[in-house]
Design a protein around this ligand. Structure first.
Ligand code: ZN
Length: 67
C-alpha cells in the first residue's frame, strides 16, 4: 500500500489535486486540479480515503465468508 491519495473530484472526476500551501501538512486546504473546487483539508481526504478502504475490506470479507 502506498501513501498516494486516490480520490476523485465529485464534480469533474479529476484525480489531480493541488495544495494551497506547502509543505503538505494535514491542515492544508486541497483543491481539485481540474475545476478548482475546494475539496477539504488533507486530513479530511486522508480520513475519507481510509474510510473508503475500510468499506472495501469489509465488503471483501463479506464476500469471502458469505458461502
Ligand atoms: Zn473537479
Amino acid at each position: 500500500m502506498t501513501n498516494e491519495l486516490k480520490f476523485k473530484c465529485s464534480d469533474c472526476g479529476s484525480e489531480d489535486f493541488v495544495h494551497a500551501n506547502s509543505p503538505n501538512i494535514d491542515k492544508n486546504m486541497v483543491f481539485c486540479g481540474g475545476c478548482k473546487k475546494q475539496i477539504g483539508t488533507l486530513e479530511d481526504i486522508k480520513k475519507a480515503t481510509a474510510a473508503a478502504q475500510a468499506i472495501k475490506l469489509h465488503k471483501l470479507r463479506a464476500q469471502i465468508f458469505s458461502n
